[in-house]
Design a protein around this ligand. Structure first.
Ligand SMILES: [Zn+2]
Ligand SMILES: [Zn+2]
Ligand SMILES: [Zn+2]
Length: 274
């Protein structure tokens, strides 16, 4: 079980008056790490930072709780992080490692009596309506989640309970998907190409979170080396890599080789931003 660790490279006084907190709930690729049946040094590592559940983050900004993606590990991630509430789920795309946990928002739906608000591109909502058809039937089974879906156009700005969110169009293999920006934080998972117009939306970032699968080229994810290049180009004050596979290597070994102000994230990491 991961314990949420405060980032230690900044002094606490400086952090305390920031409006946003980012929880890295999961930082692994679709199969998770350890991989079932794998005996490599990463999958058998005793360092908790080498265990990576499926990628998602939770943002608290001005008291509003935004969940970006809800994968198969969502329930355990919320419990481990001590988080109890979600105001809205923003989905980046429809792959199963990003949507498989939506049904587990039910305790929040039941407790608040509100529908769960979800935001995504139309294609993604269509997929969610297929996977969770029982949640969208006119005569719902008692105990089914009640979900209110809103379509987001590529590049659209929208707000959730007063928090401004900028959608960030990026490419994931053949899929046009979305990242999200809240204040000085941008989250880009499952990305292997950033369109020119999206770079304009990534200016003056305090924190960039970006996909870095491992070291070998992949048709739908940046490698660590490509993600470092992107991070330099975008120039956020701090960059954190996510969606890592066991081929990334050991957390400590890879972390020690990264450029200044770039970090491998890990499950349980919590940082502050404005
Ligand atoms: Zn993924
Ligand atoms: Zn392995
Ligand atoms: Zn994906």
């Amino acid at each position: 079980m991961s314990v949420f660790l405060k980032e230690n490279q900044q002094n606490v006084d400086q952090m305390s008056n920031k409006s946003g907190t980012l929880y890295f709930l999961g930082t692994g690729t679709s199969q998770g790490v350890p991989v079932i049946g794998c005996s490599c040094e990463v999958c058998t590592s005793q360092n908790p930072k080498d265990s990576r559940s499926r990628s998602s983050v939770h943002i608290v900004f001005n008291g509003i709780h935004l969940q970006i993606d809800a994968g198969p590990d969502f329930r355990q991630q919320m419990i481990d992080a001590g988080l109890t509430h979600v105001d809205a789920v923003l989905f980046t795309h429809e792959h199963q490692d990003h949507i498989a946990g939506l049904d587990d928002t039910r305790p929040i739906i039941f407790r608040t009596g509100n529908e769960m608000l979800i935001y995504a591109q139309q294609r993604v909502i269509n997929r969610i309506k297929k996977v969770y058809d029982y949640a969208f039937e006119p005569q719902q089974y008692p105990g089914a989640p009640r979900i209110h879906a809103t379509y987001i156009d590529d590049g659209q700005k929208f707000s959730v309970r007063g928090v401004q969110i900028q959608s960030l169009p990026v490419i994931h293999g053949r899929l046009p998907i979305l990242g999200y920006r809240v204040g000085g934080l941008a989250y880009l998972t499952d990305t292997n190409f950033i369109p020119e117009s999206t770079y304009d939306l990534l200016k003056d970032l305090e924190v960039l979170v970006i996909d870095a699968l491992h070291h070998r080229n992949h048709f739908s994810h940046y490698t660590l080396e490509q993600a470092i290049e992107q991070a330099k180009e975008i120039g956020a004050k701090r960059t954190y890599f996510i969606h890592m596979s066991h081929y990334m290597g050991l957390h400590e070994a890879i972390s020690s080789k990264l450029p200044e102000n770039m970090f491998l994230s890990f499950d349980g990491l919590e940082i502050q931003f404005d």
